[in-house]
Design a protein around this ligand. Structure first.
Ligand code: ME8
Length: 518
C-alpha cells in the first residue's frame, strides 16, 4: 500500500556572511506555515533550510573577520540555526554546504554532467559580482552612483580572466522553454514566469561553473585547481538533503523531485533557469515549483546594512509577539508582491484582525459558556438555517485553504479564514445569546454550541499560521493534542456536550502604545 503523500519544500540556503534579518525569516516563515499545514493535512513533509557557506563572498567576510573560513562559517551558521529555533520553525533538517554529505553530492552531480558531455574546459573572461556571486555580460551592466559600471542589482563588478569549466547552458534554451510550456505552474507568480521566459527566449550563453582564483569551495573531481561555482554547489543542497546520490532506495526517490523551492525574487533566475538545466543535464528530474516572493522594505525604504535600517526578527517578536509577527508577514502583503513593514500597519493587524476579530470572538463565547453553561460544552437542540450556514462555512474552509496554499496564496488563505471569523461575530450579534439567557436558555445553549464548534474548526485551521494562540484556543476547548490534525475537522468530530472546559483566557493581546515620555 502506498504511504502518505509526501511534500518536500525548501528555503534558499542563506549566505552566512550576513546576520539573519526579516527577509530570511520571511521566506522560512512562509515555508514553515506551509509545512505545518501539510503535516496537519496528513502529508509526510520534509522541510529544509540551511546555510550557503562557500564562495568568494563568504571567503572575503572570513578574511575581514581575520579568521579561517571554516571557523568563520561554523560560528555564523549557528546564527541562522538560532533564529530558526527562536522563531519556532519546524524545519526537519538544516543543511550546511561545508558538510561531507554535500561535497559528495556536488561531486557526483559534476561527474554526471561531465559524463553526459554537459561540461567542457575553456577560459572565462568577463564581469563578476562577488556580492551576487554572479557573472554579468557587458550589456547587462548599468551606471552606478559614482559613474562606474555595476551589476543590475547595484553590486560592484570585477573583471575576471581565468581557465574555467563551462556548462552548455546555450543548448538548453529550447528544452527549458518546452519545460515551462508543459508545466505552466513551475514558476509562480505568473508575472515572474513571464519574465523568466522572456529572459530565456532572449538567448542563453554557456555558464562558467568553476573558478581558479580562490580556494574556498568544493574541488572539481579530477581537477583540484578548480573549485565549483558557488551556485552549482549551493543549488545542489536541495538534492543532498534527501540523500542524493542514493538511487534505488532511501529518501531520494521518495522526496525528489521537490514540490517547492521557495525563494526571493532576487534569486529566481538561478532556480528557474540554471537549476532545472543542471538537473536535466545530469539526468535528474527538475523540481515541481519555484515560487518567487517579493521584498520587504522598512517604512518605505530599502532594507540595507548601510542605511542602518535592517529589521531584526528577534526584536519584532519581542515587541509584538511571535503569532502576531507571523500573522502580519503572511497577511499584510499578497504573497509574491513587495511589502512595506511599518509599526502602524503591524499594530493595525494585531489589534484589529487578531485581538478584535478573532480574540474577542473566542473570549466572548468562552466566557459566556463559563458563566452560563457551568463551564461545560453546552448541550444543543435543533439547528436553524443560520446555525447551519455558519457551521457549513467553517467546514468548507479546509478545502478552500488547501487550494489556496497549493498556490502559496497565504494572504488569501488568511483572508478566507477571517471571512468566517467575521461571519461568526455577526452571528453572535444577530443571535444575541445574552438575551436568550432569560428568554430561551435552550436556544442560548445551541447558539453557544454552534459558536464553540465554529471556533474549534477555526482554531484547528489557524494552527499553521498562529500556532501559539491556536493551540491555546484548542486547550480552552479541551481538544486533546491527538485530535488536532485536519482529519478531525469534520462534523463527525464535533465537540461533545458536557465536556468540562478550562477557565477562558485571552489569546491575542492588544498592542498598547506607551505614553509619550513614559
Ligand atoms: O541568495 N525581503 O542567500 P541570501 C524578502 N545563498 N526576502 C528577503 C529580503 C528582503 N528584504 N532579503 C533577503 C542567497 N531575503 C544564496 C541562496 S539558494 C541555493 C542560495 C530572502 O542570504 C529571500 O528569500 O542572500 C532571498 O532570496 C534570500 O533571503 C537571499 O538570501
Amino acid at each position: 500500500m502506498a504511504g502518505p503523500k509526501r511534500y518536500y519544500l525548501t528555503t534558499p540556503i542563506y549566505y552566512v556572511n550576513d546576520a539573519p534579518h526579516i527577509g530570511h525569516a520571511y521566506t522560512t516563515l512562509a515555508c514553515d506555515a506551509l509545512a505545518r499545514f501539510k503535516r496537519l493535512d496528513g502529508f509526510d513533509v520534509k522541510f529544509l533550510t540551511g546555510t550557503d557557506e562557500h564562495g568568494q563572498k563568504v571567503e572575503k567576510s572570513a578574511q575581514a573577520a581575520g579568521i579561517d573560513p571554516q571557523a568563520f562559517t561554523d560560528k555564523v551558521s549557528q546564527n541562522f540555526r538560532d533564529l530558526a529555533a527562536f522563531m519556532g520553525f519546524t524545519n526537519d533538517d538544516f543543511i550546511r554546504t561545508t558538510e561531507a554529505r554535500h561535497k559528495a553530492a556536488c561531486q557526483e552531480i559534476w561527474r554526471r554532467l561531465r559524463e553526459r558531455g554537459e561540461i567542457y574546459l575553456g577560459s572565462y573572461s568577463g564581469w563578476y559580482a562577488v556580492r551576487d556571486e554572479a557573472y554579468y555580460a557587458e550589456s547587462e551592466l548599468v551606471d552606478g552612483p559614482d559613474g562606474s559600471k555595476v551589476a543590475p542589482s547595484g553590486a560592484p563588478v570585477e573583471w575576471v580572466e581565468e581557465p574555467s569549466y563551462f556548462f552548455r547552458l546555450s543548448a538548453w534554451q529550447d528544452k527549458l522553454l518546452t519545460f515551462y510550456e508543459e508545466n505552466p505552474d513551475f514558476i509562480l507568480p505568473k508575472t515572474r514566469r513571464n519574465e523568466v521566459m522572456s529572459f530565456v527566449k532572449g538567448g542563453l550563453q554557456d555558464l562558467s561553473v568553476s573558478r581558479t582564483s580562490f580556494k574556498w569551495g568544493i574541488p572539481v573531481p579530477g581537477d583540484d585547481d578548480h573549485i565549483m561555482y558557488v551556485w552549482l554547489d549551493a543549488l545542489t543542497n536541495y538534492t543532498t538533503a534527501v540523500g542524493f546520490p542514493e538511487t534505488e532506495e532511501g529518501e531520494f526517490p521518495t522526496y525528489w523531485p521537490a514540490d517547492l523551492h521557495m525563494v526571493g525574487k532576487d534569486i529566481l533566475r538561478f532556480h528557474a533557469v540554471y537549476w532545472p538545466a543542471f538537473l536535466m543535464g545530469a539526468g535528474l528530474e527538475p523540481p515541481m515549483r519555484v515560487f518567487a516572493h517579493g521584498w520587504w522594505t522598512n517604512e518605505g525604504q530599502k532594507i540595507s546594512k548601510s542605511l542602518g535600517n535592517v529589521i531584526d526578527p528577534i526584536d519584532l517578536v519581542n515587541r509584538y509577539g511571535l503569532d502576531q509577527v507571523r500573522y502580519f508577514l503572511l497577511r499584510e502583503v499578497p504573497f509574491g508582491n513587495d511589502g512595506d513593514f511599518s509599526h502602524t500597519a503591524m499594530v493595525h493587524r494585531m489589534n484589529g484582525d487578531l485581538a478584535n476579530d478573532f480574540g474577542n470572538l473566542a473570549q466572548r463565547v468562552l466566557s459566556m459558556i463559563a458563566k452560563n453553561c457551568g463551564g461545560n460544552v453546552p448541550a444543543h437542540g435543533a439547528r436553524t438555517d443560520d446555525d447551519r450556514a455558519l457551521l457549513g462555512a467553517a467546514y468548507d474552509l479546509h478545502r478552500a485553504l488547501g487550494e489556496l496554499l497549493d498556490r502559496q496564496a497565504f494572504h488569501e488563505a488568511l483572508e478566507t479564514l477571517w471571512v468566517v471569523i467575521r461571519q461568526a461575530n455577526a452571528y453572535v450579534d444577530r443571535q444575541a445569546p445574552w438575551k436568550l439567557r432569560k428568554e430561551d436558555p435552550d436556544r442560548m445553549a445551541t447558539v453557544l454550541y454552534v459558536l464553540a464548534e465554529t471556533i474549534r474548526v477555526l482554531a484547528l485551521l489557524a494552527q499553521p499560521f498562529v500556532p501559539g494562540a491556536a493551540g491555546k484556543l484548542l486547550d480552552q476547548l479541551a481538544v486533546s493534542e491527538n485530535h488536532r490534525d485536519f482529519s478531525f475537522l469534520g462534523a463527525e468530530h464535533e465537540l461533545s456536550p458536557g465536556t468540562a472546559l478550562p477557565k477562558p483566557q485571552g489569546v491575542f493581546p492588544r498592542f498598547v502604545e506607551a505614553e509619550e515620555g513614559a
